[in-house]
Design a protein around this ligand. Structure first.
Ligand code: GRF
Length: 196
């Protein structure tokens, strides 16, 4: 497996993956961010495919095609999104169908979208968590590979709750990738099974 990690944030999940000796061949970001510095710090090749726009004129399809090309140039066989800030379109999912993973800071299908932690707090749930899943064109809706609950504390704010969720994500994502590497999770079956 030659794994590319897509990250746009602090990169703490990326850091956990590298420290766990997962075969991270490449880190890709859509902006200069701490995740890129994390990659460089670990001597992992880092690529910034800068977004030209974060507005309504953003060419999502064009960007997704360029990103897919760049990953193909690096002979990437699997993609793990870990806090990537761009929703990828059809050309990317066509190229890497069934081989794109994501982690989401809620128990999907509850609280999809960018503000999952905030939305869980607003809803007043006592339990939330995180989900590792196959990413498909429909955002946060791909087949679920692993989930774990995290209790919401009465005095939690978005930052405190998100940090406790991320502690779990770092372990759960690494464990899930290890299970894929070991052949204990067969992505092809999961992907095909979800279609039928
Ligand atoms: C994680 O909570 C992930 O689920 C979300 O962004 C966060 C990334 O955290 N999409 P980090 O940048 O790895 O610290």
């Amino acid at each position: 497996m030659s794994l590319a990690v897509l990250a746009s944030g602090t990169g703490s999940i990326l850091d956990a993956m590298v420290r766990a000796d997962l075969p991270v061949a490449l880190v890709v970001s859509d902006r200069l961010c701490p995740a890129v510095r994390c990659a460089v710090g670990h001597d992992v090749e880092a690529l910034v495919v800068q977004r030209e726009s974060f507005g309504a004129d953003f060419d999502r399809v064009g960007y997704s095609a360029v990103l897919a090309d760049r990953l193909a140039e690096h002979a990437v066989t699997m993609v793990a999104m870990a806090g990537f800030g761009t929703i990828l379109g059809q050309p990317f999912h066509d190229r890497f169908a069934g081989r794109v993973l994501n982690t989401h800071p809620a128990l999907l299908p509850a609280f999809p979208g960018w503000h999952a932690v905030r939305d869980a707090l607003t809803a007043g749930v006592g339990v939330t968590g995180c989900t590792v899943h196959l990413a498909t064109l429909e955002v946060d809706a791909g087949p679920i590979l692993a989930q774990e609950e995290v209790l919401v504390w009465p005095d939690d704010d978005e930052a405190s709750l998100h940090e406790r969720i991320k502690v779990v994500e770092r372990r759960l994502y690494v464990d899930t990738l290890r299970s894929i590497l070991a052949g204990e999770i067969l992505l092809e079956s999961v992907f095909e099974g979800a279609k039928s």
